[in-house]
Ligand binder design. Structure first.
Ligand code: PGA
Length: 258
């Protein structure tokens, strides 16, 4: 069923592929196979070191580029970090923040919140990942996700909300082939929207896009979109195979604006 949205499909390449040649080849294949998918917003989140080359490769294409993390300060003595102005100068438009694999390396809600504010202030789009490690019968995982959301959205100016994307990515579903059910996705989307409404008022709800991520593939994308009704997907493993990623994008086309 068509909805009044432009589905947002983001491929999170994580620390893949191993060489610039492979990254360029994968990007070229994605570009070629998604030429006609004009009803979908397509984003590739590549490792930092590939973004410059992909910017050149993305000329004359609608594919946008994302980073998988960023440091909040614009420049200075921060060995090993990458800043928002650097990303902007390479043409990146989106930044993934708070991915569970980064949280597992020690990123706190506070640090993620600071990065969200810096990214939104800069004019880029922040894709903030939230999600529980495991589900319990009492539903305590809702409080866990709520704490992540509350921390993420605290003190964000209302005027920046259209550049805030929340990706619900339950950790148990990432890279496991065990995706959340469409009902789980719909329930969590409503829960996230309730948190947004409580904080910013009901009129803010349509501004913030909510994605699902966690073992999305060509077999489950249709059902997840149809019943779960996320505004798109954050795709990991399946985004490393151009044909699979393109197929997920083709499927999503059916759910976008006419
Ligand atoms: P997956 O990863 O699609 O391989 O489960 C999703 C993600 O971590 O963003």
């Amino acid at each position: 069923m068509k909805r009044n949205i432009t589905p947002l499909i983001i491929g999170n390449w994580k620390m893949n592929p191993q060489t610039i040649e492979k990254a360029e080849a994968l990007f070229a294949d994605i570009k070629k196979s998604t030429k006609k998918d004009t009803a979908v917003e397509i984003v590739v989140a590549a490792p930092f070191v590939f973004i410059a080359a992909l910017q050149r490769a993305s000329k004359n294409s609608r594919i946008k580029l994302a980073a998988q993390n960023v440091f909040k300060e614009p420049l200075g003595a921060y060995t090993g970090e990458i800043s928002i102005p650097m990303l902007k100068s390479l043409g990146a438009t989106h930044v993934i923040l708070g991915h569970s694999e980064r949280r597992a390396l020690g990123e706190s809600n506070e640090k993620i919140h600071e990065s969200i504010l810096a990214v939104l202030k800069s004019g880029l789009t922040a894709v903030v990942c939230v999600g529980e490690k495991a589900r319990d019968a009492q539903g305590d995982y809702f409080s866990f996700v709520e704490a992540q959301i509350k921390s993420a959205i605290a003190s964000i100016p209302n005027s920046h909300l259209s550049r805030l994307v929340i990706a619900y990515e339950p950790i148990w579903a990432i890279g496991t082939s065990k995706h959340a059910t469409a009902e789980d996705v719909q329930e969590m989307k409503l829960f996230i929207q309730k948190n947004i409404a409580d904080h910013f008022g009901r009129s803010a709800v349509p501004k913030v896009r909510i994605l699902y991520g966690g073992s999305v593939n060509t077999d489950n994308a249709k059902e997840l979109l149809e019943t779960g009704r996320p505004d798109g997907f954050l795709v990991g493993g399946a985004s490393l195979k151009a044909s699979e990623f393109a197929e997920i994008i083709h499927i999503s086309t059916a759910y976008g604006k006419v």
